[in-house]
Design a binder for this molecule. Structure first.
Ligand code: HEM
Length: 334
């Protein structure tokens, strides 16, 4: 009798509603089990990805520095307390107070996507998801791979400046120092080489690399880091002369700074890595082959980027009942 009812039920249910029930069931299960999932917002906010990509696209078309800023922002968010938008919180003593975070940008783009989402889907989409999606879109908009990423991150309620230094990588770090921090986040040596490829877009302040060379009293270049190409160092010195304004920035990739491509690795081969932490990827034999591989084959870099970016944006995520869905990205709910 039960069998007959079941057979009748399934044969009469239109196929579409059956699929819909399955999708809804898996969404509810994902939310309850506290994991990220694809189409997390399919029922609660189906327009989320559309709203985020449009916001990023329009902001980037009026300000081409936006994609680089968004990509760096997600890195700094995810490495400190996981991808929980803690880097977006304003106030005394928050992560934003650390010197490494003073040069972060792109906050206004996240805030404006959030404002729109609060109109279409109030109190539903986390700032952590908006940031991860926006960084994903920044890569695609500049010519990199388009990646489907799972969502369901929740926003943290804490942001402490003291958590930044022990978790963020500095340009002066040795390969071993970098490996240590990356592996503490579940990222491999391959992920380190791949994610450093983010420096194929964006810009840096002179202070981030000016210790690699010096200008002598006759205005001549004195190389401090002998691994740096001399003519590139000379170019950098002319863009960042002693006493230059601290607000001057230089493109990370001197060749194709607004394109997400494999030029970063070609630059490394030519000893034109901007930071010491970039150059070291070619210097160290543990990573040299991968640098050469990516320099020769953009497809390999993109394939690896897909996997490493998914890992980066899944670090220490808060899901299920953890954290909250902030109403404003710059402050915790009251
Ligand atoms: C491996 C260690 C890394 C170090 C030491 C490092 C360091 C830096 C520094 C010092 C800057 C310049 C900041 C400024 O002066 O404004 C910068 C810029 C940037 N970084 Fe990294 N970074 C690393 C890894 C990453 C990763 C993993 C990503 C993303 C996946 C990333 C994305 C970016 C981007 C896109 C910019 C340009 C930002 C802009 O245009 O405003 N970096 N990085």
């Amino acid at each position: 009798m039960v069998m007959e009812t079941k057979t009748l039920l399934f044969s009469t249910l239109p196929r579409l509603s059956y699929v819909l029930i399955l999708v809804l069931f898996s969404l509810v299960a994902a939310a309850a089990s506290g994991s990220l999932s694809f189409n997390f917002y399919a029922a609660s906010c189906p327009t989320v990805e559309f709203i985020v990509v449009n916001t990023v696209r329009s902001a980037s078309s009026s300000d081409p520095t936006i994609p680089g800023k968004l990509l760096r922002l997600v890195f700094h968010d995810c490495f400190v307390e996981g991808c929980d938008a803690s880097v977006l919180l304003q106030g005394n003593g928050t992560e934003q107070s650390d010197p490494a975070n003073k040069s972060l940008g792109g906050f206004a783009v996240i805030n404006s996507a959030k404002r729109l989402l609060e109109i279409f889907c109030p109190e539903t989409v986390s700032c952590a998801d908006i940031l991860a999606l926006a960084a994903r879109d920044a890569v695609a908009i500049t010519g990199g791979p388009m990646i489907q990423i799972p969502t369901g991150r929740r926003d943290g309620r804490e942001s402490l400046v003291a958590n930044v230094r022990p978790n963020i990588v500095d340009t002066s770090f040795t390969m071993d120092d970098m490996i240590k921090i990356f592996s503490s986040k579940g990222l491999s040596l391959e992920d380190l080489v791949t994610l450093s490829g983010a420096h194929t877009i964006g810009a840096a302040h002179c202070s981030a690399f000016s210790d690699r060379f010096q200008e002598d009293s006759h205005g001549k270049l004195k190389l401090i880091d002998s691994f740096l190409d001399t003519s590139y160092a000379r170019e950098l010195m002319s863009m960042c002369p002693a006493g230059a304004s601290p607000s001057i920035t230089v493109n990370n990739d001197p060749e194709t700074s607004s394109a997400f491509d494999n030029q970063y690795y070609r630059n490394l081969l030519a000893h034109k890595g901007l930071f010491q932490s970039d150059s070291v990827l070619l210097e160290d034999e543990r990573t040299r082959e991968q640098v050469k591989d990516f320099a020769n084959d953009e497809g390999r870099f993109f394939e690896s980027w897909r996997q490493s970016f998914l890992k980066l944006t899944s670090i220490g995520v808060k899901t299920g009942e953890d954290g909250e869905i902030r109403r404003f990205c710059s402050e915790i709910n009251g």
